[in-house]
Every structure is written in C-alpha cells, then in structure tokens.
Design a protein. Structure first.
Length: 201
C-alpha cells in the first residue's frame, strides 16, 4: 500500500491547495516553506495544551509534515502504522502544573467549555478579584489535567510510560527511544533558552 495515498488523495490535495492559496496571499515566503514541509517526513507534536506547541509547529512545519495533537483519540486518528513506517518521531513537553493552570484559566476565561468560564467579555471584566480567585480555586481539574496527561493520553497512544525514563534537569530536554518511537521530551520553562538546541538534535 502506498504510504502517501491518503495525504495525496484528490480531496486532501484540494484542501491543501486552498489552504496554501490563503497563506500565499498573507505570507508568500511562509506559504512556500510550509508547502515544502508538507512533503517531508511526518512529525507528531503530541502534548498537552499551553506548553508552547504552536511555536514549535511554526518552527518545524518547514522541515516536516507536522501533526499537532493533544489527545489520545486525535493521535490514533492521525497515526497510521501502515503509513508512518517503522520509526516515528514525536515531540512532547512537560510543564510545571500550577503555571499551566494559571495560563489555561485566563486563556479560557470567556466562552469556553470550562465550568469557570464567563459567558461574555463584559461579565469577565465586571468580576472582582475575589470572584476570579474563587473560580480559579474551584477548578480542581486544572492541576490534574497536567499531572495526568501522560497517563491519560500519551501512554495509551504510544505505550510509553514517560515518567519511567530519566530526564536531565540540567539540559531541560532529553531524547528517548522505545520500540518504533523516538521521543524528544522538552521542558516548557526552558523554551527560550535551549529548545532550538534540542530541536536540532
């Protein structure tokens, strides 16, 4: 079976052409770089939200055909063993859970599915500090979203128990290999200092 069949099917190519045309009008140079990346090997950015994954996607999509995913269900849809080959590259990111909770809370403060969310911007602006703190502290899942993400999503999708592998706190990143997976694990807090070095590996 041709490994590129689904990527280069007529329907998918039409969709990609329209997307390319839109990007071409807004950013010609960037559009050309993205088009080149589409024909490169697949790379999975498989990580929880609010860990800088969009930054990595923009950096890497000129070199790879990037799949940007957050859940095990989405990963299983995009990863097709018969098409992706015997070796698969992944990037995932860890982040201090309280900092991530704060970031997620404010990004989803208006019109999101979260129970703490306000119905509109006006209601959020009218809320006092006490109300914001109450909603923040009552959102108990904010920490467990981060601390259990690998258990709930990464391990079911890949079979890898990430916390059983060593992580070098000095470098802020590590590369591990298990089965067909080659995984770059990054630490969000070091995103401005050494992520480019890690990505070059």
């Amino acid at each position: 079976m041709n490994s590129s069949h689904s990527r280069f099917s007529p329907g998918n190519l039409i969709h990609k052409f329209r997307s390319f045309s839109n990007h071409l009008r807004k950013d010609p140079g960037g559009a050309v770089r993205r088009l080149r990346g589409y024909f490169r090997p697949p790379l999975f950015l498989f990580q929880m939200g609010k860990v800088g994954s969009s930054t990595h996607k923009n950096t890497l999509q000129t070199l790879y055909h990037v799949h940007h995913l957050h859940t095990a269900a989405d990963f299983k849809i995009k990863h097709r063993p018969e098409k992706d080959g015997d070796s698969v590259d992944l990037i995932t990111i860890v982040r201090e859970p309280i900092g991530r909770k704060v970031s997620t809370f404010f990004q989803n403060l208006v019109g999101s599915p979260y129970g703490y969310s306000f119905p509109n911007r006006e209601a959020a602006l009218a809320a006092g500090t006490g109300e914001l703190l109450r909603r923040f502290h009552e959102w108990e899942d904010g920490v467990t979203e981060a601390t259990r993400w690998f258990e709930n999503h990464f391990e079911p999708a890949t079979g890898i128990r990430i916390y059983q592998h060593e992580f070098d706190p000095e470098t802020g990143w590590t590369i591990l290999s298990e089965g067909k997976w080659r995984v770059l694990v990054l630490r969000f807090e070091d995103i401005r200092t050494n992520h480019l070095e890690a990505l070059n590996e």
